[in-house]
Design a protein around this ligand. Structure first.
Ligand code: ATR
Length: 276
């Protein structure tokens, strides 16, 4: 008996996830017969829930907070970008029954920056704020675009140093605290801290953004995040949040699962219209 291909996003909380909406739009657009649901899954239930899902017609999963590290550990094999991210946001059932783990967050960010907003990373001085999971997830895809330099600033300097060290076999990354940034300026500042979620802002000094530089908050909200407001005050060329990245990372997951690239622009446009 042929079953409909099932996909889902697991996480906790999960109610407000936009992923089902995005994937339904992709499926309609590309005429794929599939379903995509949400499941509230706590860390303790993760392994059982994943096993059950794949045993019952599941073809692919997205995993979000707090499950990305568990998904990384669960995967039978991983892409290089997932391996280095130490986090997986996409699981895909392979023909041989193994589960592939990928991390599409970083490539989603790069595509949104470069293709949707014309912000080219090559030869640019890039500053990443934060040294947690979100930062780790984007470093390799950023490196692959050959920026002139990458600097990670974090409140807890030791974490920035450790993160930079984990990628040092690929490229030298500068690591420092916020106070050490005085006197330096950057072409692109990426906020990968979780500060936006509580409407806070890392301690950023004026002059940090180079002339014609741009800012990007990996988080998104219906109104401007504290970082996006700061970017506007600095007269950034572009002050963006992570809505486009959300759609682009979903498109990469969709491609991994279905082998088809959906058009992202109409989906981003729709979500943009809904929040204004
Ligand atoms: P995530 O998976 O979202 O990256 P995380 O691993 O808990 O979450 O990391 C959160 C990051 O945001 C850390 O870099 C944290 O800084 P510390 O390592 O010093 O804790 C950063 N962060 C959170 N709130 C912040 C704030 N108000 N100001 C500056 N940095 C903040």
């Amino acid at each position: 008996m042929s079953q409909i291909d099932r996909y889902a996003v697991f996480g906790s909380p999960i109610k407000h996830s936009k992923s089902p909406r995005i994937h339904k739009l992709f499926a309609e657009q590309t005429q794929q017969v599939m379903e995509y649901g949400t499941e509230l899954v706590a860390a303790e239930q993760f392994a059982t829930a994943v096993k059950e899902f794949f045993a019952n017609g599941g073809r692919g999963l997205n995993c979000t907070v707090p499950l990305k590290e568990l998904a990384w550990a669960y995967a039978d094999l991983r892409t290089e970008r997932a391996e280095l991210a130490k986090a997986v946001n996409t699981l895909a059932l392979q023909d041989d029954g193994r589960i592939l783990g990928d991390n599409t967050d970083g490539i989603g960010l790069v595509i949104d920056l470069q293709n949707n907003h014309g912000i080219v990373l090559r030869q640019k001085q890039v500053l990443i704020l934060g040294a947690g999971g979100a930062s780790r997830g984007i470093i390799l895809p950023i490196m692959e675009q050959a920026p002139q330099s990458i600097t990670i600033a974090n409140r807890t300097v030791a974490k920035a140093l450790t993160l930079a060290g984990d990628f040092s076999h690929k490229l030298k990354i500068n690591a420092c605290g916020y106070g050490d940034l005085k006197g330096h300026s950057f072409d692109l500042i990426l906020n990968a801290t979780s500060a936006s979620l509580s409407d806070e802002l890392p301690p950023l000094s004026p002059g940090l953004l180079a002339e014609r530089g741009s800012c990007y908050d990996l988080a998104y909200a219906n109104k401007a995040t504290a970082f996006v407001s700061w970017a506007r005050e600095q007269q950034a060329s572009k002050s963006l949040d992570g809505l486009g990245m959300l759609v682009e990372q979903a498109a990469e997951a969709f491609y991994l699962w279905r082998g088809i690239r959906p058009a992202t622009a109409p989906v981003i446009e729709m979500l943009e219209a809904e929040r204004s």
